[in-house]
Design a protein around this ligand. Structure first.
Ligand SMILES: [Zn+2]
Length: 234
């Protein structure tokens, strides 16, 4: 289960890994928390444009997921740009984790405040990552937390691994040499957000940079929290 704040976050960061897992037969669910409606700073786009932009961006995310082999895309519809790691959000994510029972959850780093000297991490990203991490643990696996979910028939579920991208000290590298092209193609589906001409070089350089330390041509780097022993295939 890939959990991110905005349409396109996943595709900038972890799409190579998701495409690789999909090719290996994994079922992947993408959860987009906000409606993406703040993704335009054009003065011509007033508040009336927000529902239109939300629709455009949802379509872009579905198209990107089709490229990656992700079959299911869930939009929680929180207002873009105003996200907090609220108990309500943690509960919504807990519900989804119990419904879909993922082995792994992939999200950002809630501790990532600044990246380099040029980028303050978007507060929605941090809020999404914090809510996702705390939904994974302890909420999803604990019966007494959000006890009314039990009445919805949602039994506790323990996630085995939490994959955190954008971590300061990564410990796991996924070789995306075979899926980098899919990542770039997926990213280009977000035409309302990305300069499709620059995406190729940018993603290639980024994946090279991430792989360098491990001698991989192209990689995505993670800190992985191992929360439970892996289930053996039957
Ligand atoms: Zn974002």
């Amino acid at each position: 289960m890939s959990i991110h704040a905005h349409p396109d976050d996943q595709d900038f960061t972890v799409a190579g890994t998701l495409a690789k897992w999909a090719q290996a037969g994994c079922q992947i669910v993408t959860v987009i928390i906000t409606d993406g409606s703040a993704g335009s700073n054009d003065p011509a786009h007033g508040p009336d444009y927000k529902p239109t932009l939300a629709r455009i961006r949802a379509d872009e995310q579905r198209a990107a997921n089709a490229v990656l082999g992700v079959k299911e895309t869930i939009f929680l519809g929180y207002p873009d740009g105003e996200l907090t790691a609220s108990i309500q959000l943690r509960k919504d994510l807990t519900r989804l984790i119990r419904q879909y029972k993922p082995q792994a959850v992939v999200t950002g780093d809630p501790t990532g405040f600044f990246y380099g000297n040029g980028y303050i991490n978007h507060p929605d990203h941090r809020a999404a990552a914090e809510a996702a991490a705390y939904a994974v643990f302890p909420s999803a696996g604990s019966r007494p937390i959000f006890a009314d979910l039990i009445n919805e028939g949602l039994e506790p579920h323990e996630v085995e691994r939490l994959y955190i991208h954008g971590a300061e000290k990564p410990d796991t590298w996924v070789d995306i040499s075979q899926t980098l092209e899919s990542k770039i193609e997926a990213l280009k589906k977000h035409a309302s957000q990305t300069d499709t001409h620059e995406v190729d070089d940018w993603m290639r350089e980024w994946a090279e940079e991430e792989g360098k330390e491990k001698g991989l041509k192209f990689a995505e780097a993670y800190r992985v929290m191992i929360l439970k022993e892996e289930t053996q295939p039957e």
